[in-house]
Design a protein around this ligand. Structure first.
Ligand code: TPP
Ligand code: MG
Length: 329
């Protein structure tokens, strides 16, 4: 991925700061979501993205508006990186009518098709065939977009994964398959559930080009994604990118985390993607500590205002139950 790093070096200060802001915003949003959950204001499940921010931000910073994006239920950071405003994300978490899914989707089902963000999916692996279908539709209609499908390591042990990867090669579909290998599917470590520890090896079985990269470095993710998306755009055929990352919190809120020890989590916290990027921005002289502190204050303010907006928003009315059941044709 050496060439991609050259491209990354050309990033201007505005884009570097935007990236930092976005990652810090996602982190702050997730901390606030945990807090709102503990206050009993969020119903259902809540899966936090803390530790994985560099994946969505790095990847989607090189996405074009016509590219489609799908992900699983750990979707808040992906929604933000697709351009959904944080106030509409928090309103959705609280089940409010102003939420991005009108308060009827909740944490796992953030989506906005106007942004070509087809959402969060709760059934593990279920969105992979949908991604293949979206890419097939684009190819059939001669549309220029690439479909970016994000999923966890756990999803690669599911039949849907294999069907979708196979067909994407058979039919030459423009898909970037992106596995966020955070090393666990719920409480099960990758090596206990997957026949191969390097998930990218599964793409080999379908003759698909692939690579495996460090997901704690946003610039590395961006560079690799740029190269991978370039490949898909140029050839109109799939590419498989495995991004090695780590979730700092439990699988979902309330996970007692008996399957891993604190030392392991602490070790990974040393590689906190936001801390690493912050240090990089300061060490390279791009920004001062004060510059970044100002940005962090902006993030705090933005999330505080978003919570205020969400709390003041109305619940969906009962008749909304019958609305948006079928997609408009
Ligand atoms: C088909 C199906 N089987 C089981 C579950 C229960 N389940 C929810 S999340 C999960 C783990 C998935 O792990 P991974 O794909 O690695 O995603 P991560 O949570 O690590 O982001 C499981 C088994 C489910 N939602 N759907
Ligand atoms: Mg996982």
């Amino acid at each position: 991925m050496a060439e991609a790093n050259v491209a990354v070096k050309t990033l201007d200060k505005k884009e570097l700061l935007r990236l930092y802001h976005e990652m810090a915003l996602v982190r702050r949003l997730e901390e606030e979501a945990a807090h709102l959950y503990q206050q009993g204001k969020i119903g259902g499940f809540l899966h936090l993205y803390i530790g994985q921010e560099a994946v969505a931000s790095g990847l989607l910073s090189v996405r074009r508006p016509e590219d489609h994006v799908l992900t699983a239920y750990r979707d808040h950071g992906v929604a933000i990186a697709c351009g959904i405003e944080v106030k509409y994300v928090i309103a959705e978490l609280l089940g409010k009518a102003t939420g991005v899914s009108k308060g009827k989707g909740g944490s796992m089902h953030l989506a906005d098709v106007r942004l070509n963000y087809w959402g969060g999916y709760a059934i593990v692996g279920s969105h992979l065939p949908l991604a293949a279908g979206i890419a097939l539709a684009d190819k059939y209609k001669g549309e220029p977009g690439v479909t970016i499908c994000m999923f966890g390591d756990g999803a690669t042990n599911i039949g849907y994964f294999h069907e979708a990867l196979n067909l994407s090669m058979v039919w030459d579909l423009p898909v970037l398959w992106l596995c966020e290998n955070n090393q666990y599917g719920m409480g099960t470590a990758v090596e206990r559930a997957s026949a191969v520890e390097e998930i990218r090896q599964k793409a080999e079985g379908y003759g698909m080009p692939n690579s495996r990269i460090n997901g704690m470095d946003v610039l590395e993710v961006r560079g690799a994604a740029e190269e991978a998306l370039g490949y898909v755009r140029e050839n109109g055929t799939p590419y498989f990118l495995e991004v090695v990352t780590y979730r700092f919190q439990g699988h979902s809120i309330g996970d007692p985390e008996r399957y891993r020890d604190k030392e392991e989590v602490d070790r990974w916290r040393e590689a906190d993607p936001i801390k690493i990027f912050r240090k990089h921005l300061i060490d390279t002289g791009a920004f001062s500590v004060d510059d970044l502190s100002i940005e962090e204050e902006r993030v705090d303010q933005e999330v505080a205002e978003a919570v205020e907006f969400a709390e003041a928003s109305p619940d969906p009315p009962p008749e909304a139950l019958y609305e948006n059941i079928y997609a408009d044709s």
